[in-house]
Design a protein around this ligand. Structure first.
Ligand SMILES: [Zn+2]
Length: 85
């Protein structure tokens, strides 16, 4: 666990700055984290969702999902009609 002598304080790795410096005094207390480590600061949800190329337009719903939605709307529509008949 990284320890800052200036602040006399232990830090969890996630509480420290991304470059391994103390969040309080800025002193380097640990080697920088590897880039593969996922933190709240470097997490890119959009890139995770669309893949490495980052092309948002390529994301489409699969055909069976659309079929499921059509069937769901038809079923719920029939249930609403059935309420009043
Ligand atoms: Zn410090």
């Amino acid at each position: 666990m990284p320890y800052c002598e200036d602040c006399a304080k232990y830090w969890t790795p996630s509480a420290m700055n991304a470059d391994g410096t103390c969040p309080s005094c800025g002193r380097v207390v640990e080697a920088p984290q590897r880039q593969s480590t996922v933190t709240a600061k470097n997490l890119d949800l959009k890139q995770l969702a669309v893949g490495a190329d980052g092309d948002v337009d390529d994301v489409k719903a699969p055909w069976h999902f659309k079929l499921l939605m059509v069937l769901l709307v038809a079923y719920l529509g029939w249930r609403i009609v059935d309420l009043f008949v």
